[in-house]
Design a protein around this ligand. Structure first.
Ligand SMILES: [Zn+2]
Length: 59
């Protein structure tokens, strides 16, 4: 009678997706025009500083 070994519950380091982005990049609006704080409709892709471009939360 072989006792079944319970599958060792491995603590999988499941990476959580970054709450601030999805692909490690965030599109942020940037201001154009020196004096006039004109908000451009254009967006530029910027590296997400929360996950450093990995798309997952660190740790
Ligand atoms: Zn991120």
């Amino acid at each position: 009678m072989a006792a079944r070994k319970p599958s060792t519950t491995r603590k999988t380091t499941k990476q959580q997706p970054c709450p601030h982005c999805t692909t490690g990049q965030v599109s942020e609006s940037f201001k154009v025009g020196g004096r006039r704080k004109h908000q451009s409709d254009d967006r530029q892709e910027a590296l997400c500083l929360t996950c450093f471009g990995t798309g997952q939360t660190p740790e």
